[in-house]
Write a protein that binds this ligand. Structure first.
Ligand SMILES: Nc1nc2c(c(=O)[nH]1)N[C@H]1C(S)=C(S)[C@@H](COP(=O)(O)O)O[C@H]1N2
Ligand SMILES: [Mo]
Length: 324
């Protein structure tokens, strides 16, 4: 028998979820942190900065189909202290500790390659391309854990429209910041820097493919990829590149960092799929962060991370074991 919470009784109905709920969660978290700090407790041990508020960045409730999962959002504390961001170290706690040296402003993103006319947008211009939306996405890391994250941003398609790609543009590559002065992890050869990722054009145009600027109604904390990153909820987390500085439209399938590092383990598509195991571990189940530690019951992994109704058509007829 599953515990009650796993049968969904404490899950809010999507129609009830409003940014107000997230801010209440946030307030509760801040009070918790402040209390813990006062007794020299958790916050101090976790290296957390209690009550350090970031600029507010609320959006309107997204109307994109599938953009508001009913799963309970992961706490802001977990979202900001359990990260993969190798530019700041390879341990989950490294980005929260080390990403303070990242300067997310001033920032600019270059739009280049197969477009009518290349251009650069500074962060403010980029943020004004479309109305900010609140979305709640499931996140599945290829390592076998998952979270539920309330992002703020808009569909990448809004930028693609503005970019006016040519008929030769079949793929999009994301190039991220690689500045050893800001990113101590670059001294490690664990990956080829800069971190690069890519999508097929139709994947990039899908409304769920998101450019994110915030989390929990505030601008992105550095460790989550400030000031702008991708979010692709149906793919393993490593496809969602952080700290983007270039978006390049190209004719052929672009290089991606993890595929370059270990081509037999990480493919170009990297769609979440319980039936396609990683060569070194099963992908059939996952551990939801916040579910109660290492002993909590694992959840079944869902095809396309549960976004099959929205994105399944993109892969119709493809052999997903071959194109993993
Ligand atoms: N530039 C860059 N982007 C990155 C990574 C990285 O190491 N560098 N890690 C990826 C991985 S493996 C995951 S799981 C997600 C984590 O995003 P989060 O910390 O906001 O949850 O970021 C992805 N984007
Ligand atoms: Mo990941």
């Amino acid at each position: 028998m599953l515990p009650l919470k796993d049968r969904g009784f404490n899950h809010r109905n999507a129609s009830e979820i409003t940014p107000r709920h997230w801010f209440e969660d946030r307030r509760a978290l801040l009070m918790g942190l402040a209390g813990a700090a006062a007794v020299g407790g958790l916050a101090a041990r976790a290296g957390a900065q209690p009550a350090a508020r970031l600029a507010a960045l609320p959006g309107v409730r997204s109307s994109v189909p599938g953009a508001l999962t009913m799963d309970k959002p992961t706490s802001l504390s977990d979202i900001t202290h359990y990260n993969n961001f190798y530019e700041f170290g390879t341990d989950k706690s490294d980005p929260a500790q080390n990403a303070g040296s990242l300067k997310p402003r001033p920032w600019a993103v270059a739009i280049e390659g197969e477009v009518r006319k290349p251009f650069t947008l500074d962060l403010d211009a980029l943020m004004k391309l479309a109305p900010m939306e609140d979305r709640i996405y499931r996140h599945r890391c290829v390592e076998g854990w998952s979270m539920v994250i309330p992002w703020v941003g808009f569909s990448l398609a809004e930028l693609i429209k503005r970019a006016e790609p040519t008929g030769n543009a079949k793929y999009v590559q994301f190039v991220t910041l690689a500045d050893p002065k800001q990113m101590p992890g670059l001294s490690s050869p664990v990956l080829d820097w800069p971190y690069v990722e890519g999508l097929r054009m139709d994947e990039a145009m899908h409304p769920l493919a998101m450019l994110a600027f915030g989390v929990y109604g505030e601008v992105l904390p550095n460790q989550n990829g400030a000031p702008v990153r991708m979010v692709l909820p149906w793919k393993y987390g490593f496809k969602s590149a952080k700290t983007i500085v270039r978006i390049r439209f190209v004719a052929t399938q672009p290089k991606t960092s993890w595929n370059q590092a270990a081509p037999n383990e990480y493919g170009f598509y990297s769609n979440v799929n319980p039936k396609v195991d990683h060569p070194r571990w099963s992908q059939a189940t996952e551990r939801r962060i916040g579910d109660g530690g290492l002993f909590a019951k694992r959840r079944p992994t869902l095809l396309f991370n549960g976004y099959e109704p929205q994105v399944g058509q993109l892969y119709a007829g493809m052999d997903l074991k071959r194109y993993f």
